[in-house]
Design a protein around this ligand. Sequence first.
Ligand SMILES: NC(=O)C1=CN([C@@H]2O[C@H](COP(=O)(O)OP(=O)(O)OC[C@H]3O[C@@H](n4cnc5c(N)ncnc54)[C@H](OP(=O)(O)O)[C@@H]3O)[C@@H](O)[C@H]2O)C=CC1
Ligand SMILES: O=C(O)C1=N[C@H](C(=O)O)C[C@H](O)C1
Length: 233
Amino acid sequence: MKIALLGYGKMGKMIEQIASKRGHEIVLKVDEHTTGFDITTAHVAIDFSIPASAFKNIKMCLENNIPVISGTTGWLDKYKEAVQLCEKHNGAFIYASNYSLGVNIFFQLNEYLATMMSNLSQYNVSIEEIHHTQKLDAPSGTAITLAEGIIKNSSKTGWKLDQANENEIPVTAKRIPDVPGTHTITYKSEVDTIDITHTAHNREGFALGAVIAAEWIIGKKGVFNMKDVLNLS
Ligand SMILES: NC(=O)C1=CN([C@@H]2O[C@H](COP(=O)(O)OP(=O)(O)OC[C@H]3O[C@@H](n4cnc5c(N)ncnc54)[C@H](OP(=O)(O)O)[C@@H]3O)[C@@H](O)[C@H]2O)C=CC1
Ligand SMILES: O=C(O)C1=N[C@H](C(=O)O)C[C@H](O)C1
């Protein structure tokens, strides 16, 4: 499979390694300064770039009929527009805030726990995410997906960074050098605390998931997510 990497930073380089080991060819490496490239030389594009360029990259792929896997976070105000573009061009598109198998299991666990806790008003829920200091967006895309999973299964109506109202989930974002990504959901009462944590030890899990998603999407049409790719119910 011929892959275009849109974004050739920490994730782009990790994806290159994993894709090459799986027998794929990287035909394009695009960073901020790349111009005059032809996206149609690729069978699939994988976008791990920056919030300001993700939508533009996705649009370019869909307009050129190239399936696109996006892992870039912090651009979701344009997600609906991306879905409409995909439908208009009969294309194929996946966005996931986190491509790792472990986090996708953690997403399911989070929803299950939220359902169990939904009538226990003595517990207050909160989310904490910790990432490396180069991260541009806060909170992380993964923390937002976790918050959405709780909102779907509880009486919470939204989330807020730091100071939340009674009906909202407070989300804390910490930045510490070299941390690949740690997410904790906490339910705290007067008498005890329940925590669930996912800790990424490196970026391999994210990259492997993105390559698996790219392999999976070939020949498909539509807007999908990692639940579809991993066949999680
Ligand atoms: N969904 C998931 O599983 C994961 C998502 N992420 C997300 O992926 C994104 C990238 O992360 P990471 O690799 O760590 O970040 P880096 O900062 O290491 O890399 C970003 C890359 O994007 C490039 N870039 C900047 N502008 C453009 C543009 N217009 N078109 C194409 N590329 C561009 C940068 O180029 P230059 O160096 O020239 O500036 C750089 O190569 C982030 O949004 C992060 O949150 C990260 C890990 C997992
Ligand atoms: O920027 C990162 O590094 C990461 N970003 C994603 C996010 O915002 O959730 C996924 C992972 O946690 C690493």
